[in-house]
Write a protein that binds this ligand. Structure first.
Ligand SMILES: Cc1cc2nc3c(=O)[nH]c(=O)nc-3n(C[C@H](O)[C@H](O)[C@H](O)COP(=O)(O)O)c2cc1C
Length: 198
């Protein structure tokens, strides 16, 4: 099986999805293969549960997609300063992978999108990390040598790429936010390549 980096995200309004695809571009620029996967919406009405294959867009992640990756970029919108329940629900189904150490020693990074500038991006990124630590993953942030990290007037944190989408989801990714997404993908891809090469 060809080695790949998994970009796994949840997105309701599209911002985190756009970030996921920019990060994937960065990973591909290193020559690594990428799988982009998402997770379904949650519904309180069981009979309204999502079909197993989405009508459009990226397909849903399986546990095998996660178990067999060589590195992971995990993205979620900021929800009350934390990851979306859809992503948490998916992670809560990974006990078998934890038991057999499927993700142990693999590099991982996180990214998020929030409505407002000070609406909890950092707390979201930092609280997305504990499940990855529990899986024994090696956590990577952004390079603080990247000029966009100092120049950005919106998203971008040392803990991972971020985007401020505005109260009406109408704020597109700034050049700095885009550059940091691609750089995060490149960093991850390069580290994964080195680890695979031994
Ligand atoms: C239930 C809920 C909670 C949210 N909580 C926050 C929050 O704590 N801080 C914030 O800045 N934005 C918050 N937002 C806004 C989203 O983070 C923002 O719209 C994000 O860009 C959506 O990402 P998406 O386009 O990938 O769905 C919240 C949105 C929802 C629906």
């Amino acid at each position: 099986m060809q080695a790949y980096v998994l970009v796994l995200y949840y997105s309701k309004y599209g911002s985190t999805r756009e970030m996921a695809h920019l990060i994937a571009n960065g990973i591909e620029a290193t020559g690594m293969a990428v799988k982009i996967r998402t997770v379904p919406n949650l519904s309180t009405m069981v009979k309204e549960a999502e079909p197993s294959i989405p009508a459009e867009g990226d397909i849903y992640c399986t546990l095998d997609d996660l178990a067999n990756c060589s590195g992971l970029a995990l993205g979620s919108p900021t929800r009350f300063g934390n990851m979306a329940s859809e992503m948490k629900y998916f992670l809560d189904q990974t006990t078998a992978l934890w038991l057999n150490g499927a993700l142990h020693g693999k590099p991982a990074c996180v990214f998020t999108s929030s409505g407002s500038m000070h609406g909890g991006q950092e707390s979201t990124l930092l609280t997305m990390l504990p499940p990855l630590f529990h899986h024994g993953m090696m956590i990577m942030g952004l390079s603080n040598a990247h000029p966009a990290l100092s120049n950005t007037k919106t998203g971008g944190t040392p803990y991972g790429a971020s985007h401020v989408s505005g109260a009406r989801h109408d704020q597109t990714l700034s050049q700095d936010e885009r550059a940091l997404c691609e750089d995060q993908g490149k960093r991850l891809g390069e580290v994964v390549k080195k680890l695979i090469a031994g």
